[in-house]
Design a protein around this ligand. Sequence first.
Ligand SMILES: *Cc1c(COP(=O)(O)O)cnc(C)c1O
Length: 356
Amino acid sequence: MSKYWSDLAHGLDPYTPGEQPKDQGLIKLNTNENPYPPSAKAQAVFSRDNIEALRLYPDPESSLLKQSIAQFYQLEESQVFVGNGSDEVLAAAFQAFFAGDKPLLMPDITYSFYTVYCSLYDIDSCEIPLEQDFSINLAQYCTEAMQDNGGVIFANPNAPSSLALSLAEIEQLLLRNTESVVLVDEAYVDFGAESAASLVNQYPNLLVVQTLSKSRSLAGLRVGFALGNKALIDGLNRVKNSFNPYPLDRLAERAAAAAIDDVDYFNDCCQKIIATREWVTAQLAALGFEVLDSKTNFVMAKPGAIAAEDLFAQLRQHKIIVRYFNKPRISEYLRISIGTDQEMQALITAIKEILA
Ligand SMILES: *Cc1c(COP(=O)(O)O)cnc(C)c1O
């Protein structure tokens, strides 16, 4: 608290990121980072010449990167927006599309940044409970009472619940909700769900947001993007050019483009993580855990024989950090990011020791 703070700063309810421990000896399964390095082609961008070029401002349009993304998704460059992490892309979208007095519809359990942005931008929200099985029921977003909304946002797959909606379910929502923007946050889509990117030509109010932080191993680079109708992208550009016209530095733009272009490496990494996830899910189930049907690079797992919070603390003593949420409905679960096979083997060994 300080007398120098604005009323806005006083009233905020900031996001708490997962711990980034200074201790290097830990197995870090708490923030859904990718255990594999970024594409070698992305690494090659950090050359002497490219570093020397940092004296120049970057391309404010990040055209090179937008072209790579547009090509990957078979869209036009004018249908792509890029930002400093998808968190920044989301911020621009909240300001461009949701800053009205009608409530923004979202699941009650989802990425916690959405309510943080609602408080920052003074947007009303309406939180719709997940079903008993933690799935999102989009029919509840289309009832008479929900018609007059200021937008819809959800993550697909959702976090931290890890479950995915089908494209058909999302299309049903888009057919019924035509008067406000529907934002689908696809941070984890590459690990087994269907992207709604294929629908942006048909639905002018659909905005798909993705990140290079998870499936392309570039959390430290800070690059995210949005896909949508040109008019939506123009709206995002108006916000961006009123805040920071250069959100991506020269190295970030080029490395991100190289990572997007390296399709084979991307597919390999995703396949490895999916295979490891299925292995861990079976191992945890055999140890009496209830594991949700994850389509992400993490699992939500409820231990049978020990309280989740207790297991979280004991894993930490075994130098393994996972994520525990002290929140209603999910406090019996641990969110465990998928690491390498060796890391997950170490996790299972530690859990066996703790349960013994
Ligand atoms: C990780 C994550 C983000 C943020 O990604 P950045 O691009 O690293 O800012 C956004 N949404 C969800 C659901 C996430 O899990």
